[in-house]
Design a binder for this molecule. Structure first.
Ligand code: C5P
Length: 398
């Protein structure tokens, strides 16, 4: 898939740089040529000698290196690459590119390129969460820079955990492959939720709903076909997940929320899951028994988190958030109110009253509610609804 592709790898100064050595091997295994630029800070963590041994090429470190400028030059470095990959992308490198600074080789190369740029951020969670980094991240996304990670977990500093770990090398390779895939969503990361949730009553019983996951699965496949890297967070659905996407299987709404948050950042999120509104407040640790009194147990319910609203109003909000609304009456009116309440950009509304035969069927008739108003689509196969929605998403992310 990467055969013949030239990746210009820009290595920033962070402890995650040690993983970049493995990343170079993984990229080259798949046929990519890798040429590396290291910042001064990166050289405090790993050496140009080890990077050069793995890339089998000169390692570029200095904007004012006369020999290197004569041989290749920073403009040619960008020009000869098919993709610029920044790993680890430090807060500093993100800030420099967001501001258009070009004071060292790494930032000059990033500013001089017209090739796609993919960043794999790695930094302390507080640095990632800082309003300055949030602003720079949003600016870079708006400029068309693609991102993979960061993920949540232990940091190198003892006792520190949170969002800021660099994505694993194979995840970065998948993002590089997605960036090269043809299609209008190449290089984009889209999160899709699908299927029902199961909320336990006790270890063997649960509360569920009749969602099959068919529409969400079709949407994930359609997004993949347009070149997107798709993270598919699915409850226990009856249809199998599509191939070629990252599948995260969950059961409960709480697990779904955690999986969704771990999958961010994303360029777009499509929340097609039928999440249970309530869970049993205190699921039993043992199977509930009849006590012979003839009385049924009284189940107490607690409200589940609203995943769509949490993501729409959260600090890592994707540029485009799409929710669903299954209604049985006053579809447009209810869905319009829902869009505002949940804070999403679009609502895909459909009439699921039994007479329509949509629930569990192969067709769907949807109305897309956005700030611009309501757009009613004809009754179509769910696959076709998915293809049209994926194309509309590609248009919005352009
Ligand atoms: O409020 P209602 O369930 O009708 O909203 C439907 C939309 O909200 C869907 O996009 C669904 O995936 C999302 N949702 C959610 N978390 C919930 C409930 C609904 O993400 N707890």
């Amino acid at each position: 898939m990467l055969a013949g592709k030239q990746v210009l790898l820009i290595i920033g100064g962070g402890i995650a740089a040690y993983k970049t050595l493995d990343l170079i091997r993984r990229l080259r295994e798949r046929g990519a040529g890798v040429r590396a630029v290291m910042t001064a800070a990166a050289q405090e963590f790993i050496t140009p000698l080890s990077v050069g041994a793995l890339t089998a090429d000169h390692v570029f470190t200095d904007l004012f290196d006369r020999q290197a400028e004569q041989d290749v030059g920073h403009i040619r470095l960008s020009r000869e690459a098919d993709l610029l990959l920044v790993a680890p992308a430090t807060a500093d490198l993100m800030a420099k590119l967001a501001a258009g600074l070009a004071g060292d080789l790494a930032s000059a190369v990033l500013l001089a390129t017209d090739k796609p740029v993919l960043m794999a951020p790695a930094m302390n969670p507080r640095m990632w969460a800082h309003p300055a980094t949030r602003r720079n991240h949003a600016l870079l996304q708006a400029d068309g820079v693609a991102f993979v990670g960061p993920s949540r977990g232990e940091m190198a500093e003892r006792g520190e955990a949170g969002l800021g770990r660099m994505a694993e090398p194979l995840e970065i390779v998948a993002a590089v492959e997605a960036a090269f895939a043809a299609g209008p969503l190449a290089g984009r990361h889209v999160l899709v939720t699908s299927g029902p949730t199961h909320e336990p009553i006790d270890p063997v019983r649960y509360i569920a709903n009749r969602s099959s996951g068919a529409q969400g699965t079709a949407i994930a496949a359609a997004l993949r076909d347009l070149g997107a890297r798709v993270t598919f967070v699915t409850g226990p659905a009856t249809v199998p997940p599509p191939a070629g996407v990252t599948v995260v299987a969950v059961e409960t709404a709480h697990e779904m929320l955690a999986a969704v948050q771990a999958a961010l950042p994303a360029d777009a999120a499509v929340m097609a899951a039928a999440v249970a509104d309530w869970r049993v407040a205190n699921p039993g640790g043992q199977k509930m028994k009849k006590d012979g009194s003839g009385r049924a147990p009284a189940l107490e319910f607690a409200e589940n988190p609203d995943i769509l609203a949490t993501v729409s109003k959260g600090p890592q909000r994707p540029r485009l958030v799409v929710g669903f609304a299954a209604e049985t009456e006053k579809v447009v009116e209810h869905a319009t109110a829902k869009r505002l309440r949940k804070g999403c950009d679009w609502i895909v509304a459909n009439d699921v009253s039994p007479a329509t035969g949509i629930m569990g069927g192969v067709e769907n008739a949807v109305t897309i509610i956005s700030e611009a108003g309501a757009e009613a689509w004809p009754r179509l196969a769910k696959d076709e609804v998915a293809r049209r929605l994926a194309a509309k998403i590609a248009g919005a992310l352009k």
